[in-house]
Ligand binder design. Structure first.
Ligand code: FAD
Length: 292
């Protein structure tokens, strides 16, 4: 596949979502302090559907950047906004020194149509952002195929358009079947996509919520996971241990196949993410000590 890379090259980024309250934002500060212990390459902060968290996302991006001293990527969706509005926001990010964007089309609220004068998809958004500044741009990729895709090939062609428009990397939707992700990466390479493809890793928290969310975004839950997590929502400590081992096993297989960058959907909870990182030898001092 992509060639073996030594374990010491593993790097992670951590995705956060903006809490709804000031108290939540305060609590997130402590979560960020703890997550920073693993030495992530950057944090990212999601953007509510249709720009619903626009102000809070930006507030959290600034707070995480100043608290951690690490780079922070802002997620930015373009549905429901005009090109001029998106360009203004992107210019504001550039002027504030924010250099990383996870560029997404986003999902339209039920019954709404795309803004006539807006960017119509992720590829158009990337083109627009490139006109504004030399951002580091990530886009989304779908190992299990986006629910709106006309076909597997159409989905991959669209990803290639996003990369060709100037995206630096693709971050995948989480997929628990590791072979599915590895096959997707192979197909992407054969389709001429050479940019890094970073597996998104979802540590299982509440299993019932995960199932609901997954059915909406086209991510399947394998039967073995149903069995493995059955009843564990009542015993969260045990669930966290199982969730850690599932994610570590998946990451180790990726590493063996040469994929060494991971984007962890932290769900704003530090412990399982930190446990995964430690098992993978992060922070780097753990690996240095092991190698000595
Ligand atoms: C890593 C990651 C982070 C995310 N963060 C957020 C977030 O912060 N906020 C949020 O609201 N959502 C987020 N999402 C979800 C995302 O907004 C949805 O999956 C959305 O439905 C698609 O956005 P996109 O940028 O992938 O769209 P696009 O890639 O533009 O389109 C999605 C799919 O539709 C089809 N398609 C679209 N346009 C065309 C075209 N012109 N020609 C052919 N096919 C086309 C393709 O199959 C494509 O894969 C995230 C997803 C991922 C994987």
């Amino acid at each position: 596949m992509t060639g073996q890379t030594p374990e010491r090259d593993i790097s992670v980024s951590f995705e956060l979502f903006p809490p709804k309250t000031e108290a939540g934002i305060e609590k997130l500060g402590h979560t960020v302090d703890r997550l920073a212990e693993a030495g992530p390459a950057y944090f990212s902060v999601t953007y509510g559907a249709g720009g619903s968290t626009r102000e809070r996302t930006r507030q959290v991006v600034d707070a995480v950047a100043s608290r951690s001293g690490l780079p922070v990527a802002q997620h930015l969706t373009c549905v429901g906004a005009s090109r001029a509005e998106i360009d203004r926001q992107a210019q504001g990010l550039w002027d504030a020194g924010i250099r990383r964007i996870v560029a997404l089309r986003g999902d339209l609220p039920e019954g709404e149509t795309l803004a006539e004068d807006g960017y119509h998809d992720g590829a158009e958004l990337v083109e627009g952002l490139r006109r504004i500044g030399d951002f580091d741009i990530s886009v989304a990729a779908y190992p299990e195929v986006h629910p709106e895709a006309a076909s597997d090939q159409g989905d991959l062609d669209h990803l290639k358009r996003k990369i060709d428009a100037g995206a630096n990397r693709a971050i995948t939707q989480y997929a628990f079947d590791t072979d599915t992700v590895l096959r997707f990466v192979d197909r992407a390479r054969k389709a001429g996509i050479s940019a890094p493809i970073v597996p998104g890793i979802m540590p299982v928290a509440n299993f019932a919520s995960l199932k609901r969310f997954s059915s909406g975004c086209g991510a399947s839950i394998p039967t073995w996971m149903e069995e493995m997590f059955a009843g564990l929502d009542e015993t969260p400590d045990l669930r966290s241990m199982v969730a850690t081992s599932v994610a570590v096993e998946q990451c180790r297989r990726f590493v063996a196949e040469g994929l060494t960058e991971f984007h962890i959907y932290t769900l704003n909870k530090p412990d399982v993410t930190l446990a995964i990182c430690r098992a993978l030898g992060l922070p780097a001092t753990i690996r240095a000590d092991r190698a000595a």
